[in-house]
Every structure is written in C-alpha cells, then in structure tokens.
Design a protein around this ligand. Structure first.
Ligand code: F6P
Length: 319
C-alpha cells in the first residue's frame, strides 16, 4: 500500500468531513500518500483528483457537508463510465480506495471491489438504513436537528392548540421518523415499515384532546403518503386544525454531533488499517459500540431490520 484515495458520494451527511480527516491523517501517520477525489464517482471517472496533506483537513472536523463534494453519478453505472473509472485508478496508481456514503455508494464500492480494486466502504447517510451497522455517520446529527425543530414547532402548535404533521427524510426507511418520533414525544409515528392506520391516528388525537392536551405531533416518514391529504382527512374527520412542516434538506446540514465526529473518526481510521492489513472488499460498521468490518457483498445482501420494539415503546409512551 502506497497510494490511498478517498471519496464521498450520494447524499451528504454531517460527519463526512470528520471521516475524511481521519482517513487522511491515519494515512499520513502510516507514511502513505493520500488523494482526495472530488464529487464522488464523477471525480473518479474524470480524474478530478488532488493529493492531500495534514493541513488539507485542518478545521473541518466541526463542519457539516463534505470537503470533497459529492454527487449522484449515473455515468458510473454504465459500462463505459465504469471502465473510465478503472482507467483513472490505473493512471493514478491507487492501491486502495476508501468510499464514504450510503447504500448506492457502497454498492458502487462493491462493484469496484468485484473488479479487483481494493476498496473499503464507510457507511455515511442520515437515513441509518444499512443493515450491517447500528449507526451510519450523520444519523445522530440529523436526529438532533429534527428535535430542535420539533421543540420549536411544538411551541406554536401548543399556542394554537393544533395538530402538527412533521415530515422527515428517510427514503424508503422509517428509521429517522421512528427515532425522532420517540425522542420528540410524537403522538403518532407513520413509517413505511408498518401498516398505516388512519383510525388509530384519529383515536390518539381524540384521546389527547379529551384529556386536555394542547398539541399533537405526527411524525411522518417521507414517501409513506401525502402529508397534505393526511392533514385534510384529519381536519374533515375531527374538525381539528392541522399544520404541516416538511423539514427537508435542513436535516442534512449542520455541525456534526460529538457522537458523529467520534464515529466518523473511528470508521476512517479503521478503513485505513484494513487496507494496510490487506483486507479488501470490506465495510466498517459499529455493533455494541465496537468497530467491526464485514465482507461488502454480505453486508449489502439484506435490508435493515426495523426496530419493532422501539416502535411499540413509542406507542406505549404516547398514550
Ligand atoms: O441522504 C439520504 C436522503 O436524504 C434521503 O432521505 C432522501 O430521500 C434523499 O437523500 C434525497 O436526496 P437528494 O435530493 O440529494 O437526492
């Protein structure tokens, strides 16, 4: 191992910078050259590469976003694009590539790995929808950002004695809605993994109203249904006033929490160590607070198991 490259791809997540910093500094500490690839697989196709040193990653551990920029790259999925990538890897003489991102990104890492390129993947997405790890980089920060918003929305919801539907991100996963709903004391949590029951939402709202509750929060995962329709149906059926807040991209920015900075630092260092040890085609993750690594193919075979226990707990605590 002499030349290591690092890239971030797909949706950004707070803590990616801390992971880049850890990769760069662990490489330099171990006398390896390290190269940053700009804009994910795009940069790998077009040779958008820069050598990094200790100070290239100074002052970034606390910043959201990604210093290396990111992109979703359709060209990489074509045979031509993929071959261009292999060519660039050859030209720059990369001995290993560390690929930081979510599900789609890590599938790209698997494809490269299957073609014989030594790769290690680092899970980073606010969605926390990857099966092989308890936590992905950025999830904790996104949750805290959401909770800050929920607190503010709750103030005005209470003053007006309204119902608030708060829509959060999560692609096909209800993880963000589940954790934010439990931590934010939502009355109902609507996620793609569990059957949606309009009647049970109404029952909860009425129970709350009858015991003098001044506000109600419904945490809705994006992609489950239409927030506007849900609001209209509730207003029609119960005569309660409903407002909708779609948190959107606010959830993807901001300074990473201590948890995400530490997680990202541990993942970054572990990824470099794996390459040094000649362990390729791996992803890193965390289980029971221990950093683990797993074969990238096995790691991506299944979907993340939804935490039913936590979902039931949220129901009990919101009576
Ligand atoms: O990063 C994951 C995610 O935030 C999903 O929850 C969301 O659906 C998606 O990215 C949207 O991202 P973009 O618009 O950048 O493709």
């Amino acid at each position: 191992m002499k030349n290591i490259a690092v890239l971030t791809s797909g949706g950004d997540s707070p803590g990616m910078n801390a992971a880049i910093r850890a990769v760069v500094r662990t490489c330099i500490y171990n006398n390896l050259r390290v190269f940053g690839i700009n804009k994910g697989f795009n940069g790998l196709i077009h040779g958008d590469v820069m050598e990094m040193d200790v100070s290239s990653v100074a002052d970034i551990i606390q910043r959201g976003g990604t210093l290396l920029r990111t992109a979703r790259c359709e060209e990489f999925e074509t045979e031509e694009g993929f071959n261009k990538t292999l060519n660039i890897i050859n030209i720059f003489n990369f001995d290993g590539i560390i690929i930081i991102g979510g599900d789609g990104t890590l599938r790209g890492a698997k494809d490269l790995s299957d073609s014989g390129i030594p790769c290690v993947g680092i899970p980073a997405t606010i969605d926390n929808d990857l099966p092989f790890t308890d936590y992905t980089i950025g999830f904790d920060t996104a949750l805290n950002t959401i909770l800050d918003a929920v607190n503010k929305i709750r103030d005005t919801t209470t003053s007006h004695e309204r119902v608030s539907i708060i829509e959060v991100m999560g692609r096909k996963s209800g993880n963000i809605a589940l954790y934010a709903g439990l931590a934010g004391g939502a009355e109902s949590i609507v996620v793609p993994e569990m059957e949606f029951s309009f009647d049970s939402i109404c029952k909860k709202l009425l129970q709350g109203k009858n015991r003098g509750k001044l506000h109600s929060i419904i945490m809705l995962a994006e992609g489950v249904g239409n927030a506007i329709e849900l609001a209209e149906d509730i207003e029609k059926k119960l005569g309660m006033e409903v407002r909708i807040t779609i948190l959107g991209y606010l959830q993807r920015g901001g300074a990473p929490t201590a948890f995400d900075r530490i997680l990202a630092s541990r993942y970054g260092a572990k990824a470099v160590e794996l390459l040094i040890q000649g362990k390729h085609g791996r992803v890193v993750g965390i289980k029971d607070n221990k950093i683990i690594d797993e074969d990238i193919g096995d790691a991506l075979k299944t979907d993340k198991k939804f935490n039913n226990e936590m979902y039931e707990l949220a129901k009990v605590l919101s009576i």
